[in-house]
Design a protein around this ligand. Sequence first.
Ligand code: ATR
Length: 292
Amino acid sequence: MHYQNKLKQDTKIIGVLGHPIKQSYSPLMHNISFELAGLDYIYLPFDVPTSGLKAALKGMLALGIKGMNVTVPHKEKIVEFLTEISEEASIVGAVNTIVNENGVLHGYNTDVNGVLDTILPYKDDLADQKVAIIGAGGAARSVIYSLIRNFKLEEMILLNRTEQKAESLKEYFAAKMLYDKFKVYELVPPDITEVLKECKMIINTTSIGMFPETDDSATTIAESFHKDQIIFDVVYNPIKTKFLQIAESQGAEVIGGLKMFVGQGAKAYELWTGQEMQKDKIYKTLEAYLSA
Ligand code: ATR
């Protein structure tokens, strides 16, 4: 694709702010989407360290850049620099999408939309069940918010390498959303096998197993999984992580992170362009790309 040949005087610019940024598939996803819809937009990667965030947003306004995605490690830090924050971004405490509305920067969290695209189909299966969440970073926050808002669980189990961070998350959501059905464990694979086994759904929200570290898994103990479970990994590269491969070998239903990735992208695309992204087409295109 040769976007440079199509750029015109009024082409609208969208970008992604991250550090590093070269792992991101957002430029590919959005540029394909703009092309498919015939929209005169271009999506560019911006590698900006934390120290440059404030200046980058000033530049965004000065240059009239229409929108941005925000990725690791800026999703939480960026909040303080924005004028308007949506309700879910405010509760989650993280922004992954910015819209420049006539010189005012609005922050949204569309990761929540990506999570819901993925797990809402399992709403009935999860009623009064336990769900385990591995990790306590930004992705975990979106998952916890989505679960509290939309599901009636028996219990939410937070597991993290640094137990104190999971404790803090528990306290944060207890205060923000008055939710008190948490249990917290340190992520020590042999010790948590029984805990995981009792969960109807297990969600890996960490980057463990992401390309190029594809041999890593939050747990390698196959007995953690069984056929009545649903296992969701937010990692989408590779399409099927080691974590999912192990779970699948035990008969569990497994879901990779690509649906969430496309879901968050689609909501951001809608906020910028006012149009719907062709999610199924984009999903298939990225799936083929990542499987090649
Ligand atoms: P994100 O915003 O993508 O969730 P993050 O805020 O940096 O990223 O959070 C990363 C999460 O993955 C954390 O829960 C981290 O555990 P710690 O709190 O102990 O740092 C977890 N994580 C990342 N790499 C890990 C690894 N190799 N083993 C265990 N946990 C890991």
